[in-house]
Design a protein around this ligand. Structure first.
Ligand code: GLN
Ligand code: ZN
Length: 769
């Protein structure tokens, strides 16, 4: 028999109930704590019951009010010094429920959202996903001060919902917490310092009678985890002594060969591995090969993550069943195997049954979280039933060679398509002439309530297409007038017609499907609705030319054409898994290439192609990164190389640190690189100067996430610091002045003074030259 388990589920509720409860709490203030906790309890219980009723034997008790890493930080009491005083002065009340002991709900949310004098903990993309975690901040004298009441409370509720024998707590493992943390400290020592606090938790859980505890350790899939053998052995040795069986869950990729060899020796009861990896990744996932080569210890249960937890496709080909049979054949009848999803289902929409319209002619049927849980149960039953008896009719999977990667792409594109007609040195003098420290913005301007009203009216059929376009043209006109008045050098149309930088393009390209309720948590109360790539992607007509023309028709200054790059569109969509990601990126690139040509033909002289997700898609293993960077950069070049030499191609990168991929950024062959910089304390400037980057750059001069208006002096100092750091040899004609990112979440009352000061700072610096 094969058993079944889940390792995480959407925390949103089927109809975004969690978002509504959270936002209501923030609006009403701390007094609303009991309502928030009651709503969360209902959402969690419903999710757990759903899994148990589907037939899952061990239900992972997933749940969080904001983010699982924040939960770990809060419960371990790992507060950075700036929050210590807040904790000391906090006055938690019974309304804070189990959060009172750690400092209360208000403190919990302040860690994530900041408070007067105490900026929030940083946020960062989790592993290679678009989910954001709160980044733990540690230093050499950080000491845990644990209060696990919220988790213990969740476990009690879970036991009520699905029964004591089925309710399995989920904890962020110490190696992952420390591995993903920022600050100056010794990692091994920190893991050792946290271990007793985790051991205490295990003793409390033992008292509750839990069958086992899941420790999630995705950090162990990184190449750098190979060296963590001693830390893990010491830590899990100590934890195992607490007497509760531990299920070590290692999702998001296969583990490196060096890691696998010590991982399977750890003193835990079960190890859960990912057999799916990244959907559509050309390197597939080599977990099956590792098992074929090194086997798996008989005294541990193998958690077989054979159902893809983060791709939206059902396993129509029966891959999971074949894999399970092959595992059974290799490991023997006495090997305990538990069927699971490869990752938490938190990256998927809740339930396909909520979708009123599903497209036809898909490469495979869709499956959201509820359906994935059903698949786990069905495939486990089928695998258990058919292990003896007649040999299966379908082809057998050879574990020693199995990767599950999609077949390689066949199409060969001419190399010339990836090259601009003239090299940088030749084309640069032909491009727009701008003053030193040229000023610009990243694209979007405030999405005002009026804009949203017009969009809704259009969507509901109360506004005709012509009338809607008139309204948008008026918004563009306002943005152009404002930028002229501010004295900016390179203008943008402001993107009023775009709800979202990926959705806008997806809706105009063929090959995408948009769900109505397919919400996925990004962090806290922020959800996204990723489009699904359902077929080959083609452009059906110009997508942005009209808005560009409206804007350029109102000014003699250059207006930027504004596109989202192929890698970002792919990364923020559900990709196909029957075609390599590289191929899907190339299809997107070819579609965007036609748009580039049309914009150039319409007279566009500056063209920005945003790739904020370029870094996020980087594989977790170092040896897989060069191939990814090659196809990702190729896709960008394929999209943009059609621009004639006189068109200045700009790219924009944000949301990550880029210092480790500078050569790839250079290889993108953009004429200008605008990059988020202001929050990282100018690390980017030093990385750019150190890497010898030779193209024009626009390092963000102020943080768009903050409502604060930066002063002229502060901005001017910032620009002076670029010169002092030796950026581009201090050549001000090639240092562009722009904010960190788009301004769509800000209000005009903030945007106008900020940009006025930014232009004044640039003018001041010009006068000093
Ligand atoms: N052009 C986009 C905007 O300004 C870029 C957004 C982004 O980088 N995330 O909104
Ligand atoms: Zn950005």
């Amino acid at each position: 028999m094969m058993s079944t388990s889940t390792i995480g589920f959407p925390r949103t509720g089927p109809k975004r109930e969690a978002k509504k409860a959270l936002e209501a709490y923030w609006a009403a203030g701390a007094a609303n704590g009991p309502q928030l906790l009651a709503a969360a309890a209902d959402i969690e219980a419903a999710a757990w019951r759903r899994q148990a009723e589907a037939g899952v034997e061990l239900t992972g008790l997933d749940g969080t009010l904001y983010d699982q890493m924040l939960d770990a930080v809060f419960q371990l009491g790992l507060l950075p010094p700036r929050f210590q005083a807040l904790k000391a002065s906090a006055e938690p009340s019974p309304a804070d429920g189990p959060y009172a002991g750690g400092g209360g709900l208000d403190l919990y949310f302040k860690l994530a959202r900041g408070a007067e004098g105490a900026p929030a903990l940083d946020m960062s993309k989790y592993m290679d996903t678009n989910y954001h975690i709160i980044v733990p901040e540690l230093c050499h004298d950080t000491a845990p001060c644990a209060d696990w009441s919220p988790l213990l409370d969740r476990v009690r509720r879970g036991q009520d919902a699905v029964g004591v024998a089925s309710a399995v707590p989920i904890v962020v493992g110490p190696c992952t917490l420390v591995g993903l943390a920022r600050g100056e400290f010794d990692r091994s020592e920190m893991v050792a310092r946290l271990a007793p606090a985790y051991a205490q938790l295990l003793r409390d859980l033992a008292a509750l009678g839990v069958p086992e505890v899941q420790f999630h350790e995705p950090f162990l899939t990184k190449s750098s985890a190979e060296g963590l053998a001693a830390d893990c052995a010491a830590c899990y040795g100590q934890l195992a002594a607490a007497g509760v069986p531990i299920n070590l869950v290692v999702p998001y990729d296969d583990v490196a060969e060096g890691t696998y060899r010590w991982l399977i020796e750890l003193p835990v009861a079960a190890i859960s591995l990912d057999f799916c990896g990244v959907p559509g990744a050309d390197y597939g996932c080599r977990t099956a090969q590792l098992i074929a080569k090194y086997s798996f210890p008989k005294d541990k249960r193998l958690g077989a993550g054979v159902i893809d937890g983060r791709g939206c496709w059902a396993d129509a080909s029966g891959r999971a069943l074949r894999l399970l049979r092959a595992l059974r054949a290799t490991l023997g009848a006495d090997q305990a195997i538990c069927v699971q999803t490869s990752t938490s289902l938190q990256h998927l929409p809740y339930d396909l049954a909520s979708e009123p319209e599903l497209p036809s002619g898909l490469p495979a049927p869709l499956a959201f979280a509820v359906q994935k849980v059903e698949e786990v149960v069905t495939v486990a039953r089928a695998a258990s039933a058919a292990t003896d008896g007649a040999a299966p009719a379908e082809p057998h999977i050879d574990l020693s060679t199995y990767t599950g990667a999609p077949p390689p792409a066949e199409c060969q594109l001419d190399e010339a398509l990836f090259r601009r007609a003239e090299p940088y040195e030749g084309r640069r003098p032909k491009q727009v002439a701008l003053p030193p420290f040229p000023t610009t913005t990243i694209g979007s301007f405030p999405q005002t309530p009026a804009i949203r009203r017009h969009r809704l009216a259009f969507k509901q059929g109360r506004l005709s297409l012509d009338a809607y376009r008139e309204r948008m043209a008026a918004e563009i006109g306002f943005a152009i007038g404002a930028q002229e008045a501010l004295g900016l050098d390179v203008l943008v149309h402001g993107e009023p017609e775009r709800t979202d930088m990926v959705e806008y393009f997806g809706q105009q390209l063929s090959g995408f499907h948009f769900t109505q309720h397919g919400w996925v948590q990004s962090y806290g109360s922020r959800y996204t609705r990723p489009p699904i790539i359902v077929g080959d992607i083609t452009r059906t007509g110009p997508m942005t030319v009209h808005e560009y023309e409206v804007a350029q028709g109102l000014t003699s200054k250059p207006v930027k054409g504004m596109l989202t790059g192929p890698v970002t569109i792919l990364q923020w969509s559900f990709a196909r898994n029957d075609v390599p990601r590289a191929e899907q990126a190339a299809q997107l690139a070819l579609a965007l290439r036609d748009e580039v040509k049309d914009l150039a033909a319409a007279g566009c002289r500056v063209l920005q192609v945003d790739e904020p997700a370029l870094r996020e898609g980087l594989p977790l293993k170092a040896d897989r990164q060069p191939a990814y960077l090659r196809w990702a950069v190729d896709a960008f070049r394929l999209a943009t190389a059609a621009a004639p030499p006189e068109v200045q191609v700009v790219t924009h990168l944000c949301y990550s640190d880029f210092d480790d991929i500078m050569p790839a950024i250079h290889a993108m062959d953009a004429d200008v690189l605008t990059i988020e910089n202001s929050r990282s304390g100018d690390e980017m400037i030093h990385a750019l100067a150190a890497s010898g980057y030779t193209r024009d750059v626009g390092p963000g001069v102020y943080d768009v996430h903050s409502p604060l208006v930066p002063s002229v002096e502060w901005l001017a100092d910032k620009l002076r610091s670029y010169l002092q750091a030796g950026l581009l040899g201090g050549d001000a004609s090639r240092i562009h002045v722009n904010p960190d990112c788009g301004l769509k979440t800000r209000r005009w009352e903030e945007v106008l003074p900020s940009l006025r000061n930014m232009v004044a700072a640039a003018q001041q610096l010009r006068a000093e030259l």
